[in-house]
Design a protein around this ligand. Sequence first.
Ligand code: ATP
Ligand code: MG
Length: 232
Amino acid sequence: MNEAMIEMHHVFKTYPSQISALSDITLEILPGEFAFIVGPSGSGKSTLLRILFCAERPTSGEVVVHGIHITQPDFKKIYQLRRTMGIVSQDFKLLRDRTVNENVAFALEITGHIREEAKSKASEILRRVGLEEREGDSILALSAGEQQRVAIARALVNSPPLLLADEPTGNLDARMTLDVMEIFTDLHQKGTTIVFATQFTGLIKRYSYRAIRLLDGRKADSHKVEEVKATG
Ligand SMILES: Nc1ncnc2c1ncn2[C@@H]1O[C@H](COP(=O)(O)OP(=O)(O)OP(=O)(O)O)[C@@H](O)[C@H]1O
Ligand SMILES: [Mg+2]
């Protein structure tokens, strides 16, 4: 049997403000799958991803990623787990006092790469997202779309087996969106598991990957790709 990469069992998340962001989510994502998490603004997509990358704890329910129960936190295990994840946050989470190259290289340095090697690998991936001319610039000098591409480069530079991306094309124009989707498709073909949250139903229609639809924090009954296409 193929062990799931991600399992969520009856997951609820209520914020201290009493807002119920997720309600009884049960799902499974297999290794190598490309899964869109789709739903309108406020439907719980970011909350679901933040739980997967351990930035948020569920109020109740069980979450298992890579065989590790992240609802029973063992910091050492969670640290190891996060090293297997590429994370693109909706708000980028870049180091604003560092350059573009430093932001990407930093992800390698903390996993033990020496600085020169990290810098050159960072350059390589920045070329891939079209930012080779901006490497020495401060993050503050970049547009939102450029910052988003730095965040994508940083998530990919370690070649993680699991990529968790929250609206990674939300600030990109049509051409850049296609370029980034091509990178993600290529990674998917090489076996990377990808979870991609978006409110853009256009993307889901264009790429026939699985789509899990959220509505007001609940998983909609059906999440077959065809039905999302029909209703999206
Ligand atoms: N830190 C927080 N504290 C309190 N409420 C929150 C917090 N984060 C999210 N929420 C609420 O939880 C609900 C789900 O939010 P979430 O950010 O997960 O939605 P989303 O689907 O990612 O939306 P968007 O498409 O706008 O990014 C919303 O009602 C939101 O206001
Ligand atoms: Mg969001």
